[in-house]
Design a protein around this ligand. Structure first.
Ligand SMILES: [Zn+2]
Ligand SMILES: [Zn+2]
Length: 381
């Protein structure tokens, strides 16, 4: 049964006030007092899409935290996640040094290996030791995609093939990605290991690659073949399941479903509207769903368009979820609340995003940083 959710610290949950809260960015939301009836909470840490800073827009890159009691879980490590983590009060303050800590971070999940989802993963890998991870008795678990295996096909409308990066290892999975980040920063890490006795970072970071169920067809057949969600992580608080979604040609690209005793939160990852997305989101309390403005995408590439322009426009519109379709996804999946995220672009005002959604009766929020939604057993119907 779906659990009803609550907004922390919000008295009148009218649509207007919800929208107002979702729009505001600042420390005020982060300092809301906790709803004692809710153990599980969603906290948006960043909500922008893609390889751009949108001219300094404060929305940052996509990242979210699921909080269960004292434990924290991160979904994707977009630009600025760590500042917002502290701003939201998710770190343990250490007043004598002024530092905040990542001690409460139990696991992180990477939906896919586009750089806007892992650009600030190195912050965790490199600064984690001095920001509290050494205080943990068990390592932080990073769960993410394995290698694609083969390069994606060359887009049919590209006239020529550009040189590849790292042709000997052109599609590293999350394990190789992390190892190569450590290698790139070896001068710093080894300096600290030899000078300060810092442990090798693999003592506090454990990386696990997601193994697809046996018999799953490869991306040459389909990047999102019909399948059931499968479990990728479990501990005393939560279970997390994954499903392949269609973010072609990126593969694998996952949507993630978090189940806690308080309810269900689903993250779409980057995807178009497809049956697997609806399947994993079924009856969730909250669906955090990526969204793209069709008008913005078309206007990005004025005529005449080069072949590279056409290829990029094709990717934007075919591999993401247009705002005109997000309501259908939420309605088909029968979710409680819809949080628009991975905003493409982050500079579109909230009123415009909300005006573009149709076909869903439930409440819709725009996932700007420090939006907080609690799941509460006490509010079950
Ligand atoms: Zn993305
Ligand atoms: Zn992506």
């Amino acid at each position: 049964m779906r659990k009803r959710w609550t907004l922390r610290g919000l008295c009148a949950s009218t649509a207007a006030s919800v929208i107002l809260m979702a729009s505001a960015v600042g420390a005020e939301q982060g300092s809301e007092t906790s709803d004692p009836t809710s153990e599980t909470e969603l906290v948006i840490l960043g909500g922008g899409a893609g390889r751009t800073s949108y001219g300094g827009d404060p929305t940052g890159g996509f990242s979210a935290a699921v909080v269960v009691g004292e434990d924290r879980y991160i979904v994707d490590f977009g630009r600025g996640w760590q500042e917002r983590y502290y701003e939201a009060g998710l770190g343990n303050e250490r007043a004598h040094t002024g530092f905040s800590g990542l001690e409460g971070l139990k696991a992180g999940f990477v939906t896919h290996l586009h750089s806007d989802h892992i650009i600030d993963l190195p912050r965790l890998l490199l600064f984690g030791s001095t920001e509290g991870l050494r205080k943990r008795t068990d390592p932080v678990v990073i769960v993410g995609p394995a290698s694609r295996g083969d390069l994606p096909p060359l887009a049919s409308n590209l006239e020529r093939e550009e040189r590849l990066v790292s042709p000997e290892n052109p599609t590293p999975g999350i394990k190789s990605t992390v190892e190569q980040i450590f290698a790139a920063y070896a001068s710093d890490l080894n300096d600290n290991i030899r000078d300060s006795g810092m442990p090798h970072p693999d003592t506090y970071i454990e990386v696990r690659e997601i193994a697809l169920p046996e018999g799953t067809p490869g991306p040459d057949v389909s990047v999102a073949p019909e399948m059931a969600p499968f479990e990728i992580y479990r501990d005393e608080n939560i279970s997390v399941s994954a499903i392949l979604v269609d973010h072609a040609p990126m593969y694998p690209s996952y949507a993630l479903r978090f189940e806690t005793p308080d309810g269900v939160i689903v993250f779409s990852g980057d995807t178009n509207m497809n049956p697997n997305l609806v399947e994993i989101a079924r009856d969730a309390d909250i669906l955090v769903l990526e969204v793209i403005s069709t008008d913005w995408a078309n206007n990005l590439f004025p005529e005449p368009r080069s072949s590279a322009d056409i290829a990029k426009l094709h990717h934007l519109l075919e591999s993401h979820t247009p705002v005109e379709e997000v309501g259908q996804v939420a309605a088909q999946a029968n979710v409680g609340r819809l949080v628009l995220s991975h905003l493409a672009p982050a500079t579109v005002p909230d009123e415009e995003w909300l005006a573009g959604v149709s076909g869903f009766e439930g409440e819709v929020l725009v996932g700007r940083p420090l939006l907080r939604l609690g799941l509460s057993e006490a509010n079950n119907p």
